[in-house]
Every structure is written in structure tokens, then in C-alpha cells.
Design a protein around this ligand. Structure first.
Ligand SMILES: [Zn+2]
Length: 289
């Protein structure tokens, strides 16, 4: 995936983050410190706003990472190998070394991501209860963690690949058509459709005065669009490799040249007029001088 940075290796999988994460980290910290937390607790010091916002942003990153590791764990438990994993704002893309084995394992692997976020949201909500109404940083962090994990679960269920909802669409299309590669292409096209919808919604919100909400939605749409386009390209290449035979790809009218001609003659009589870059040389064949 272009624009990704390698951050390490987890259970044998190369882990990458999309470079846009740095933008997200800045944007999220800024929007929490400058807007959300000010409304929640107007009396904090400026340092408290920024430190609480930074911790919250990092916990958001941990939530996305946990979501992805849950996918990776179940994928490996189903006997599939993952070559690398790239983290995006809403989740990640796993590069599988082979297509999923069955529709049911694909559905389970897709659903474990949003379920993990729902679990974290529930846990954060329960931990926040003793702090309810105190206006403390603990309440702010835990409340936001519950909110963002619920949002991640819902966002990931949108029906476009590479979101988990898109994997579910791919599994359903695969089951109904029996053609995995065609289902994969359709799911990535649905992903691009969802991305454009989010961008339009974001621009709309922006003009109706919801500045941070609009900006966020545009960013998420942009990330999704770039991921959906990349995976669509991947799906097209896989279809070509899978469905086009060697016979269709080979050059059946290969040009042969005798071994005894000069290089000048090879260029003048074969390469230039026939626009060739290579030709078979027949040893023993002769050309008239
Ligand atoms: Zn996921």
C-alpha cells in the first residue's frame, strides 16, 4: 500500500500504519483539546486539555490495533496466513497469502472486528460510571473511548470493502454467485461508493456548521476511498492472474531470426520495421547474404 510505514512485526505479520495516521493523531488531539473537552470541563488548565487529548488519541490508536489483532488472531486460527497488515483510521487491510477458505470463516473473521470494538465500548462505559458527572480527565477519556469504539463498530459495518461490512457483502455475493474474485471486485466498488457518500456527507456537514464532524467525515471518506481503490486494483490483478490462461497471454506469432545475420541487419530488417524488442534466434538456420 503506498504511503505506509512499517512499525514492527506482530505474531509473524509485518505491521504497517498508513502515513495519514499522523494527520489523524494531530487532528484528533486538536479537536479533543480545542472543542470536545472544553465543552465538558471549561475549568481545566491548557496543559490538562492537551495531555488528556493526546492520551485519548493514543487509546483510540490502541482500539484500532486491538480490532485488527482480533481479525489477525481469528484469521490465523482458521489456518490462513497474513503477509502484512496496514492500519487505517477505521481499521486495517490484511494482505492474505491465499483467498479465504469458506464463506462461514470469512463471516466470522469479518464480524470479530466490530465485536471487539463493542466489547471495548462496553468496558469503557462501565469503567466511566464511577466518574459520571465529575468532569475529571478520567471521565473524559473513558467517555470518549466508549463513544469512539461504538462509532468504529458502526463505521466498520458499512457495506463496502475493505471495511468489515464489505467483507460480509463479499461473503454473501461469493455464496450466491460461487465466484470469489467477482464478489471481491464488486465489494471494492461498493467500498468506493461508501467513500464518496461519506465525503459528500462531510462536505454537507461542514457547510451546515458542524466543522469538526464534517472534517472527520471527509477524512474517513478519503481514507476509505484510497483503501477501496487500492484493493480494487488488487482484486483486478488477482482476477487476471486467476482467470486468464497462459495460452491467452502468450505471443503465438513469435518472430525467429537466423543466427548468421549481422546485428545491423537484425535492427534494420527485424527490430525497426516490426517494432520488436526481442526475437528467437534459430541456430543453424541461414539467411541469404
Ligand atoms: Zn475490521
Amino acid at each position: 500500500m503506498p504511503g505506509s510505514l512499517r512499525i514492527g512485526k506482530v505474531t509473524g505479520i509485518d505491521l504497517y500504519i498508513h502515513a495519514g495516521w499522523l494527520i489523524i493523531l494531530v487532528l484528533l488531539t486538536w479537536s479533543l483539546a480545542g472543542d470536545r473537552f472544553v465543552q465538558l470541563a471549561p475549568t481545566w488548565t491548557s496543559g490538562t486539555y492537551w495531555i488528556t487529548a493526546l492520551i485519548t488519541s493514543l487509546l483510540f490508536f490502541v482500539s484500532v490495533l486491538t480490532h485488527e489483532l482480533a481479525h489477525a488472531w481469528l484469521t490465523q486460527a482458521h489456518g490462513l496466513k497474513i503477509a502484512r497488515m496496514t492500519l487505517f483510521i477505521f481499521g486495517g487491510i490484511e494482505d492474505l497469502e491465499s483467498p479465504p477458505r469458506s464463506v462461514s470463516s470469512e463471516l466470522q473473521i469479518a464480524l470479530i472486528g466490530p465485536c471487539t470494538n463493542l466489547l471495548i465500548a462496553g468496558l469503557a462505559y462501565a469503567l466511566a460510571l464511577p466518574f459520571a458527572g465529575t468532569g475529571t480527565p478520567e471521565e473524559a477519556v473513558l467517555d470518549y473511548l466508549a463513544f469512539i469504539n461504538l462509532s468504529l463498530a458502526l463505521l466498520n459495518l458499512l457495506p463496502g470493502f475493505p471495511l468489515d461490512g464489505g467483507r460480509i457483502v463479499r461473503a454473501i455475493l461469493w455464496k450466491s454467485s460461487g465466484n470469489y474474485h467477482q464478489a471481491a471486485r464488486s465489494a471494492t466498488l461498493a467500498g468506493q461508493g461508501c467513500a464518496y457518500l461519506l465525503i459528500v456527507l462531510g462536505i454537507g456537514s461542514f457547510f451546515f456548521g458542524y466543522f469538526f464532524y464534517g472534517l472527520w467525515t471527509i477524512f474517513i471518506g478519503w481514507f476509505l476511498l484510497s483503501a477501496a481503490q487500492a484493493t480494487h486494483m488488487q482484486a483486478l490483478i488477482q482476477t487476471t492472474l486467476h482467470e486468464v490462461t497462459v495460452q491467452r497471454a502468450m505471443n503465438v506469432a513469435a518472430i525467429t531470426v537466423p543466427a548468421n545475420i549481422s546485428l545491423q541487419k537484425l535492427v534494420d530488417e527485424y527490430f525497426d520495421p516490426l517494432q520488436l524488442s526481442s526475437a528467437f534466434v534459430i541456430q543453424g538456420a541461414t539467411s541469404p547474404a
